[in-house]
Design a protein around this ligand. Structure first.
Ligand code: HEM
Ligand SMILES: *[C@@H]1O[C@H](CO)[C@@H](O)[C@H](O)[C@H]1NC(C)=O
Ligand SMILES: *[C@@H]1O[C@H](CO)[C@@H](O)[C@H](O)[C@H]1NC(C)=O
Length: 318
């Protein structure tokens, strides 16, 4: 009888654990179920970046936009269909979110070795980490065990992802709503040390704002007319847009932040001003703090345990 009760208690605990909604992400989640995962993601990212260095930046941005909308749950990867409106067509993503084909390729390669085991949300987290590393940035262990959403929210994507004309108060509030501090905002904005932006997002800044270096504004106007050319590209980092270094912060100090939201970090008072100065002087500190903040970003509201699903195709709910 005692054995029977013990068995019953043990089974109950096991099922509680399995159904637990707040299971923790862990670094070695796939150690036995998909030991080749990290190698597969790394190798696919190496060849993608060889083809186009910018793709590392684009995938990092996808990850940020995934995590800011109902957590890091792969929701941004879902395609719109006749009966489903997802996040790809939301304002912050439409005609600018890119890198989906690389995530598809990684998923295909992962499925070939570990069928129906690894979530698209985890693949995106690993790919973002690898892109940063391959462009010269830091590396870290990615906590894993996220599962994929069966839903997406276009309205949350429209209202919860900050826009390029946001001021510091708005940025601070939007990050705080995700459990991220002003320090996290300051260091994560350093992601703009890589990648490109469209003219339509910085036009007002280069034509109308005064806290901008004059020569820099003139240079950017050469490929961003006061009307037209909306999708013409310019680098977010004025010197090294395919190297994950600390030059973004040098740009801010020189009034060469390209987006209004970038320069907002170095315009006025607050602890972020001295942090910008610190990162401009100290690459090691920037990379260390960036890695820690990425882990924090990656832990926003994941689906775990038996919630969500492991998608077969990152673009479609099973
Ligand atoms: C702080 C608020 C932020 C705002 C307002 C913002 C806004 C933007 C905008 C408007 C673009 C250009 C998109 C385009 O023209 O297609 C961009 C690009 C980018 N953003 Fe942000 N961003 C923010 C924070 C972040 C964070 C936290 C990350 C990652 C941790 C990030 C990573 C990137 C990257 C890597 C690119 C370049 C993408 C590419 O070249 O395809 N951003 N961002
Ligand atoms: C993958 O696993 C699913 C069940 O989880 C099975 O139906 C499918 O045939 C498998 N595919 C491959 C290629 O092994
Ligand atoms: C400059 O600001 C004015 C007033 O807000 C606006 O109408 C105009 O479109 C802006 N110019 C550019 C090039 O964005």
């Amino acid at each position: 009888m005692a054995t029977f009760i013990k068995l019953f208690v043990t089974l109950s605990i096991i099922s509680l654990l399995a159904c637990s909604t707040n299971a923790q992400l862990i670094n070695n989640f796939y150690a036995t179920t998909c030991p080749s995962l990290q190698t597969i993601v790394r190798n696919t990212m190496i060849s993608a970046i060889k083809t186009e260095a910018r793709i590392g930046a684009s995938i990092l941005r996808l990850f940020f936009h995934d995590c800011f909308v109902n957590g890091c749950d792969g929701s941004i990867l879902l395609d719109d269909t006749a009966t489903f409106t997802g996040e790809k067509s939301a304002g912050p993503n439409i005609n600018s979110a890119r890198g989906f084909e690389v995530i598809d390729t990684i998923k295909t390669n992962v499925e070939a070795s570990c069928n129906a085991t690894v979530s698209c949300a985890d693949i995106l987290a690993l790919a973002a980490r690898d892109g940063i590393f391959l462009l010269g940035g830091p590396t870290w262990m990615v906590p894993l065990g996220r599962r994929d959403a069966r839903t997406a929210s276009q309205s949350a994507a429209n209202s919860q992802i900050p826009g390029p004309s946001s001021d510091l108060a708005t940025l601070t509030t939007m990050f705080r709503n995700k459990g991220l501090t002003l320090n996290d905002l300051t260091v994560l904005s350093g992601a703009h040390t890589i990648g490109q932006t469209e003219c339509q997002f910085f036009r007002n800044r280069i034509y109308n704002e005064t806290n901008i270096d004059t020569n820099f504004a003139t240079l950017r106007k050469s490929n961003c007319p006061s009307s037209g050319g909306d999708t013409n590209l310019a680098p977010l980092d004025s010197v090294t847009p395919t190297t994950f270094d600390n030059n973004y912060y040098n740009d801010l100090i020189a009034n060469k932040g390209l987006l209004h939201s970038d320069q907002a970090l170095f315009n006025g008072v607050g602890s972020q001003v001295s942090l910008v100065r610190t990162y401009s002087r100290n690459t090691v500190a920037f990379k260390r703090d960036f890695a820690a903040a990425m882990i924090k970003l990656s832990r926003i509201s994941p689906l775990t345990g038996t919630n969500g699903e492991i998608r077969k195709n990152c673009r479609l709910v099973n």
